[in-house]
Design a protein around this ligand. Structure first.
Ligand code: GRF
Length: 187
């Protein structure tokens, strides 16, 4: 399994995948990290793991499709056969989705189909739910809506802030994202 990981920020999910591979819990290699924010900490993590990283700054592209063409070209150059959106904060267009049909997995910090979009944790706190969680799913055109692969639940505690709830959810993300990748390896 040859992974292309896409990240916009901290990259703790990138790290979890790299660790799962190093610990032989996941039979895969990370071919490349693609990141869109020049100061994404994920790029520093990639360096530390000797993974090549490619900056594709969305601000330099006038249309989403043109960014996605560059992404597809990069993934193909690195011989990627499974794409992982690990905190990738851009909407994907058909250019990317159709190039990797059913081969793009995303991690989202809610129990989908509730709380789609960028502020899932705040939505959960605002709704007063007592259980929150995360979802690894296949990416389709509609945001946060593709077939669900794995979910994990965590309690919401009365004193939670978005930071404390997010931290609790991330512990589970780091478990289920490598598991979801392994599931796709079998297909
Ligand atoms: C995660 O919470 C993920 O669910 C969301 O963005 C966050 C990325 O975290 N899509 P990290 O950059 O992997 O630490």
């Amino acid at each position: 399994l040859k992974l292309g990981i896409m990240a916009s920020g901290n990259g703790s999910n990138f790290e979890a995948i790299a660790c799962a591979i190093a610990e032989q819990k996941l039979n895969a290699q990370i071919q490349v990290l693609i990141y869109n924010n020049p100061n994404a900490y994920a790029a520093i993590r990639a360096d530390a793991w000797n993974v090549p990283s490619v900056l594709l700054n969305h601000r330099k592209y006038t249309q989403r499709e043109i960014l996605d063409e560059k992404i597809v070209e990069t993934l193909q150059n690195y011989d990627v056969n499974l794409v992982v959106m690990a905190g990738w904060m851009r909407l994907a267009t058909p250019v990317l989705i159709n190039a990797f049909t059913n081969r793009i997995v995303n991690i989202h910090p809610s129990l989908l189909p509730v709380f789609k979009g960028i502020n899932a944790i705040e939505q959960a706190l605002g709704a007063g739910v007592k259980i929150a969680g995360c979802t690894a799913h296949l990416v389709c055109l509609e945001m946060d809506s593709g077939p669900i692969l794995i979910q994990a639940a965590v309690p919401v505690l009365p004193e939670d802030t978005s930071a404390t709830l997010h931290a609790r959810i991330q512990i589970e993300e780091h478990k289920i994202l490598p598991m979801a990748i392994e599931l796709l390896a079998m297909q």
